[in-house]
Design a protein around this ligand. Structure first.
Ligand code: NDP
Ligand SMILES: O=C(O)C1=N[C@H](C(=O)O)C[C@H](O)C1
Length: 248
């Protein structure tokens, strides 16, 4: 049986990429919502909601999903702290997969980044660089935020160790710091590099997205996986079997 999906942000770049692969992924789009639609009236007809609209529309949608008991796959990025708290509150009632990036490669990159941060000495300094197309509205990217979280977890550092871009008289770099840097231009689909710069050597892990089908297929894989799960927030690494959610 195919999974009936309510797709929010259907007219956008990701919405179109998802619609293009839905059938191949064993899903069917039963409602295409975008600006001006009312997703609430379509919710009863779907099994899972997939949201690739905009950060500000996700909290309202999550609250409607919680009210009607519909699982949610969140693709939007750039949420404010207030939006993040509202979304998290809904996870007490429904299962949701929430990932800054649904590709297999990036989720492996996140896993390897956490491991490298854990295993390498603090003198191997982590820096994250991302590049995206000129239309992207948030920075740093959701993926870069996920990579940052992986470094913080691996190093067991507090969030204060994160530095989102440098400018001016910054002083010398301390060991306990992780920089995040955003580049924008052209039609770049999505590129992420994590650098560990050590005393006399440098390690780099990189991922480059060829097109949006990798995010689209991953989001639909997550949609099929999350149906029937207990309420809570799940990472894409759990969907792919890279982690059991407790982190290693
Ligand atoms: N997690 C992942 O793997 C990925 C996440 N993303 C994220 O997904 C989101 C969408 O990206 P992308 O498709 O490139 O963006 P687009 O701007 O191309 O598409 C977003 C669509 O959602 C619409 N929209 C905006 N606000 C609302 C609203 N309140 N309700 C319903 N629809 C709305 C937009 O309309 P309009 O154009 O009129 O504003 C547009 O049609 C971004 O947050 C992006 O960062 C992107 C790629 C992968
Ligand atoms: O907006 C995009 O395009 C992308 N957004 C996601 C992010 O913020 O990391 C994922 C991907 O890199 C493309």
């Amino acid at each position: 049986m195919t999974m009936p999906i309510l797709l929010n942000g259907a007219r956008g770049r990701m919405g179109q990429a998802i619609a293009a692969v839905a059938e191949e992924e064993g899903c069917r789009i039963v409602a295409e919502c975008d600006i001006g639609s009312n997703p609430v009236e379509h919710l009863p007809n779907c099994g899972v909601v997939v949201d690739f609209s905009s950060h500000e529309s996700t909290p309202d949608l999550a609250e409607e999903c919680a009210a009607q008991g519909k699982p949610l796959v969140i693709g939007t990025t750039g949420h404010t702290p207030e939006e993040t708290e509202r979304i998290k509150a809904c996870a007490e009632k429904i299962p949701m997969v929430w990932a800054g990036n649904y590709s297999i490669g990036v989720n492996l990159l996140i896993h390897l980044t956490r491991q490298a941060a854990k295993l390498l000495p603090e003198s191997y300094h982590p820096e994250i660089v991302e590049m995206h197309h000129r239309h992207k509205k948030d920075a740093p990217s959701g993926t870069a935020e996920n990579l940052l979280e992986a470094v913080l977890e691996g190093r067991q550092w507090e969030p204060e160790a994160a530095l989102r871009s440098r400018s001016g008289l910054t002083g010398e770099r301390p060991d306990q710091e992780v920089g995040v840097h955003a580049l924008r231009g052209g039609s770049v689909v999505g590129e992420h590099t994590v650098v560990f710069a050590g005393p006399s050597e440098r390690i780099e892990f990189s991922h480059s997205a060829g097109d949006r089908s990798i995010f689209a297929r991953g989001a639909l894989t997550a949609a099929k996986w999350v149906a029937g799960k207990k309420p809570g927030i799940y990472r894409m690494g759990e969907v792919l079997g890279l982690t059991d959610g407790t982190e290693d």
